[in-house]
Write a protein of this length. Sequence first.
Length: 142
Amino acid sequence: MRYREKNVAAYLKKAVFFIERQIEWVERQLLAEKNIPACPFKKQTLSQTRLQWTSPKAYLIELMYALDAACCFDSGNTSLNRIAVYFEEVFNIDLSHFARDFYEMRIRNNRTPLIDKLKKLIVKRMDNPKKPYKQHDTGLIH
């Protein structure tokens, strides 16, 4: 690419960025005129909305690997490290050795206890939607 083409590409990229920001500003102004908040959670910081993961750490790792295997984040273009850092922040838990923990999970008798239990629970809830069905971790197979 020649120098002039690089300058044009850089200019266009900046112009698109500017236009996107302007569109966001106009949308916020329109919502404000109608007295509609842009997003109910935007006023709160992550630390104010953070959830505490209270199940075993292995269950979160199992879920994290399953979501990654299903390409649930960025169409599968996100690294496990990035997902782990995000989960650490959102669920307030240390996942620093998640790869080692996953290796240990691979050799246990029941390798996916959380996912197995989740499937059973969601099916029960779908069968009887009027009665929310919740079960604490005590019922999970270790």
